[in-house]
Design a protein around this ligand. Structure first.
Ligand code: GSH
Length: 204
């Protein structure tokens, strides 16, 4: 199995860390969707990351769908088992994915679109949506014991995705991720980033 895409994409990084956590062997090809567009397009004409090329040549996209396949081949999952906890985890993963998506939209808007074609109300809307997602994530990771993850002693996909989202936002939209406003996320991220599976997948 080959994972294609750079780890500065949080969607790629969450797949890479999940691969590590599930103990699945893979090759990583950190191709850029921008600077290696033609090479990428030859592998996947959608030019989307993450892209996974399975051993039989099947090309998969969309991090959540890829993770679903990884769990099926590993025969285990890093989602909580109890339905009430699973529902909560799905909610928080959704919030973190929206936060990632908003930062990606911000990058396209501010770095790819020419300055004279930028539309300020759209950027303001993105920033407001991002602030809501960050507030939600901050409250989710607050008030836990020092050695607790969101659902007890085991790291779940919700912990992983929130930690990856926060690290990405600090990296790619530092003005929106004020550390003083998000002390619980700062502490949560520091703890997650020392796990071997995270250390094996550095953002840059
Ligand atoms: N919902 C997708 C989002 C993936 C995504 O937005 N990837 C971005 C990079 S971070 C991308 O491929 N952008 C290029 C494009 O959309 O053309 C997932 O979970 O995998």
């Amino acid at each position: 199995m080959q994972l294609i895409g750079m780890l500065d994409s949080p969607f790629v990084r969450r797949v890479a860390i999940t691969l590590q956590m599930l103990g699945i062997e893979y090759d990583h090809n950190p191709l850029s969707i921008f600077s290696s567009y033609d090479e990428f397009r030859a592998i996947n004409p959608l030019v989307k990351v993450p892209t996974v090329v399975c051993d039989d040549g099947t090309v998969l996209v969309e991090s959540t769908l890829i993770i679903s396949h990884l769990e099926s081949i590993a025969g285990r999952s890093i989602m909580p088992e109890r339905p009430s906890e699973q529902k909560k985890a799905l909610q928080l993963i959704g919030v973190a994915l929206v936060a990632m998506e908003k930062v990606a939209q911000r990058i396209y808007e501010l770095k790819i679109r020419p300055d004279d074609l930028q539309y300020v109300p759209w950027v303001e809307r993105i920033n407001e949506q991002l602030a809501s997602a960050l507030g939600w994530m901050e409250s989710a990771v607050s008030n836990r014991g020092d050695n607790e993850w969101l659902f007890g002693s085991c790291v779940t996909q919700a912990d992983l995705t929130i930690a990856v989202a926060w690290r990405f936002i600090v990296h790619a939209a530092p003005t929106e991720a004020r550390l003083e406003d998000h002390p619980a996320l700062v502490a949560f991220s520091e703890r997650a980033e020392t796990l071997p599976e995270f250390l094996a997948c550095p953002i840059s």
